[in-house]
Design a protein around this ligand. Structure first.
Ligand code: GRF
Length: 199
């Protein structure tokens, strides 16, 4: 029986998106999780699911280039067909981005509010609608071809936490959906345009 695509997931935080991926039928399997700090909830979730959690901390490396190389080596060991950034809060080096097809989930409607503070910045800007984006990763941060987006309304009285909570609920559906499409070879990327192919 075919085992499908090999997926490596990179996380920095709680790992709720990793949990959603672990619960989904992806047409592939998560063979390793990499975190950039000990204590990330994502590492615990991975280990509980019987998946190796690799810890590659910047503080354990001499400089940025050394950490970049260690991340490439660790991920390459798992021989992934696809890498998924599920709340990975560091910018990956050019070698990584060119080597591994990679999807990222971002908590705004890109190209609005790229970067690490997307939810707070959307709220501070006063937008009435924000959301989440799943996109392919390119060298420029949060700028790659967009595979899927879904809007989330901002409610009066929202805080960054309340708004991020509702965005996460959407991410937990949208990210596994896009990963499954990729794993089933149903996404075609031409320049900036990601097209969904229907069987
Ligand atoms: C998600 O909202 C993701 O979009 C952002 O970081 C958050 C990670 O949450 N980049 P979790 O660790 O998956 O719970």
């Amino acid at each position: 029986m075919p085992v499908g695509k090999r997926i490596v997931v990179l996380c920095s935080g709680e790992g709720s998106n990793l949990g959603a991926l672990l619960d989904a039928d992806l047409g592939g399997r998560i063979v390793a999780v990499l975190v950039d700090r000990e204590g990330a909830g994502a590492a615990r979730r991975a280990r509980e699911a019987g998946i190796p959690a690799l810890v590659v901390r910047p503080g354990d490396h001499a400089d940025r280039a050394d950490w970049d190389a260690a991340v490439v080596d660790a991920v390459a060991t798992a021989a992934p067909d696809l890498v998924v950034l599920a709340g990975f809060m560091r910018v990956l080096g050019v070698v990584f981005v060119r080597r591994f097809p990679t999807l990222n989930v971002h908590p705004s409607l890109l190209p609005a509010f790229p970067g690490a503070h997307a939810v707070a910045e959307a709220l501070a800007h006063g937008v009435k609608l924000t959301g989440c984006t799943v996109h392919y990763v390119v060298e420029e941060v949060d700028a790659g071809p967009i595979a899927a987006q879904e809007a989330v309304p901002v409610h009066p009285g929202d805080t960054p936490d309340s708004l991020h909570g509702r965005i996460r609920e959407v991410e937990h559906r949208l990210l596994p959906h896009v990963v499954a499409l990729h794993c089933r070879d149903r996404l075609r990327v031409r320049g900036r345009i990601v097209q969904e192919l229907h069987p």
